[in-house]
Design a protein around this ligand. Structure first.
Ligand code: UD1
Length: 416
């Protein structure tokens, strides 16, 4: 199993490009199930989660093809309406095939995703949303059986903001009869990217990116082509990598407007950050101040950058209070950061980080989930000595060639 060895003491400097967004690519790849034909996407990152999606699409009867970062899905009438446990357990986002299959074929069978390292992460809101459009839902032997001759548009108020739930409902509603209004919809940029692709396929979606999304059902959709948006979480991770080493790093091919909450917090710490429409640059700073963050749905501070920001706070001047309000168990990186010498008191959904500038020392650590892995790599860049991060396969689920990109900026990172 791959591990990553990080040698500290190298300041990161230079320019680096962001890849396409995993969290935009996944729902968009599942949305292809809504329309027969050849769908072609550019800027699709090379990641394990994309491979898992391709496997699931193939198991349903689609053909996928990759040529570098161009990825196409050829969809004919599906040969199966079932997403098996074997495939779904590898990637929770597989639940996103439920809405499209149900809407187009009137029935779908999807395995329950089961446990997850960052909390229970139920799918009740996805299922309630399908019921609101008239589907019957049965749970049997670990599977969700969903049926509806024809989905019917409705007003659906999500009692909790859910990115995946909003996406599943948007996709299902495109082929429903009548109009669907989603209230308290998630506003993440990936939702906008999905809505734009649905519209290219002939759907009538409006308001995506706001809290109220309106979808007028249509009879049929058609395949189209689309560019996957830049990965804002990867961009943020690379910016923090520059900052934590006191370096001068410009992240290119990104959209700083999607990362306002992170940029504001980094400025609070004293970092000078310049932005253009597609780049952000962090200027060198030897010492920075601690600041508090609280994760919340977009446009507030993203939970997917909480672990990486915590790494930055472990070597800040002062104390930072980090609150995680989106997931109930997303502090697994805390004990690993403590192995590197970080001074952190974790409580339920809140962690108190007492910064120790220059105070981390290398140790073997273990990655527990995707973003936790990234935070350990960042801490490893400044923990004196050689840090060995075990179970790096988590990183491969969501970061395209992270060691190559960090290496290009001057870090000494190797896969062993
Ligand atoms: C997506 C992202 C993930 C990110 C998260 C929050 C993808 C593939 N993944 O995950 O990287 O961390 O948004 O920004 O895009 N919930 C329920 N019932 C449900 C659904 C969700 O209680 O049916 C809860 C979850 O447990 C969590 C919260 O709602 O506490 C938000 O989850 P959600 O926004 O749905 O996250 P995902 O779509 O799974």
């Amino acid at each position: 199993m791959d591990r990553m060895l990080i040698q500290s003491g190298y300041q990161l400097n230079g320019h680096v490009k962001t890849s396409g967004a995993k969290n935009a690519a996944l729902p968009i790849l599942f949305s292809t199930l809504l329309a027969e034909g050849e769908h072609t996407f550019t800027n699709v990152p090379l990641l394990k989660d994309i491979e898992s999606t391709a496997d699931l699409l193939a198991s349903l009867g689609c053909t996928t093809k990759r040529d570098g970062n161009t990825f196409s899905v050829h969809v004919e009438k599906l040969t199966s309406f079932e997403a098996s446990y074997e495939l779904v357990r590898k990637m929770r986002a597989s639940i996103l095939c439920l809405g499209p299959i149900l809407a187009k074929y009137g029935e779908a069978v999807v395995s329950l995703p089961g446990g997850c390292a960052i909390g229970t992460r139920p799918i009740d809101l996805h299922l309630d949303a399908m019921k609101s459009l008239g589907a019957t839902i049965e749970l049997k032997e670990g599977y969700v059986l969903a049926k509806a001759k024809k989905l019917k548009g409705a007003t659906v108020l999500f009692e909790k903001t859910t990115v995946g739930g909003t996406e599943n409902l948007m996709m299902a509603a495109t082929l429903a009869e009548g109009t669907t209004i989603i209230e308290n919809a998630a506003k993440e940029p990936e939702i906008v990217n999905l809505g734009n692709y649905l519209n290219k396929m002939g759907a009538k979606v409006s308001g995506h990116g706001t809290g109220v999304i309106r979808i007028e059902g249509v009879e049929k959709l058609h395949a189209a082509t689309h560019e996957i948006m830049a990965d804002r979480i990867e961009a943020g991770t690379l910016l923090i990598a520059g900052a934590i080493t006191g370096g001068d790093v410009t992240v290119e091919n990104c959209r700083p407007e999607d990362l306002e909450a992170l940029i504001l917090k980094m400025k609070d710490c004293g970092f000078k950050i310049d932005t253009t429409a597609t780049t952000m640059r962090v200027h060198p700073l030897a010492k920075w101040d601690a600041t508090d963050i609280s994760t919340a749905p977009h446009p507030l501070f993203p939970t997917d950058l909480q672990a990486q920001f915590m790494a930055l706070m472990t070597v800040a001047n002062g104390t930072s209070i980090i609150s995680e309000t989106v997931f109930e168990n997303r502090f697994m990186h805390v004990t690993e950061l403590m192995r590197l010498g970080a001074d952190i008191t974790p409580k339920t959904q809140v962690a108190v980080v007492r910064g120790r500038p220059g105070g981390l020392t290398a140790a073997p650590v273990m990655a527990t989930d995707l973003r936790a892995s990234a935070s350990l790599v960042l801490a490893g860049l400044v923990a004196k000595g050689e840090t060995l991060v075990n179970r790096i396969y988590h990183l491969d689920r969501g970061y395209e060639n992270l060691e190559g990109k960090l290496g290009q900026l001057g870090a000494k990172v190797t896969r062993v």
